[in-house]
Design a protein around this ligand. Structure first.
Ligand SMILES: [Zn+2]
Ligand SMILES: [Zn+2]
Length: 93
């Protein structure tokens, strides 16, 4: 499944097109597979992904913001109940 969040292949946070990693917005314990299935993924440069202390995998606040954004995108075409059933959690409110 292609990303439902991003059309262009560039870092979601800084816009660079260099050194990109694919990030599955909802990750851990089987969720990566579901993020793949439903297109909840974004491109991040190495630093914004996991190669710096401000990258999404090393910054819990940023990680949550991206999960919330992904849930909002998902809920444009699905219900919250579906999100919670698939990902086992609600990241909004
Ligand atoms: Zn970046
Ligand atoms: Zn990642």
């Amino acid at each position: 499944m292609k990303s439902i969040i991003q059309k262009e292949k560039r870092c979601y946070l800084c816009g660079t097109t260099y050194n990109l990693h694919e990030h599955h917005c909802i990750h851990g314990s089987g969720n990566r597979k579901n993020s793949e299935k439903y297109g909840l993924k974004i491109w991040l440069c190495a630093a914004h992904h996991n190669m710096s202390n401000y990258g999404v995998h090393n910054d819990a606040k940023l990680d949550l913001e991206i999960k919330q954004m992904a849930q909002r995108e998902f809920e444009k075409t699905h219900t919250r109940e579906e999100f919670m059933k698939i990902f086992g959690k609600n990241y909004l409110d």
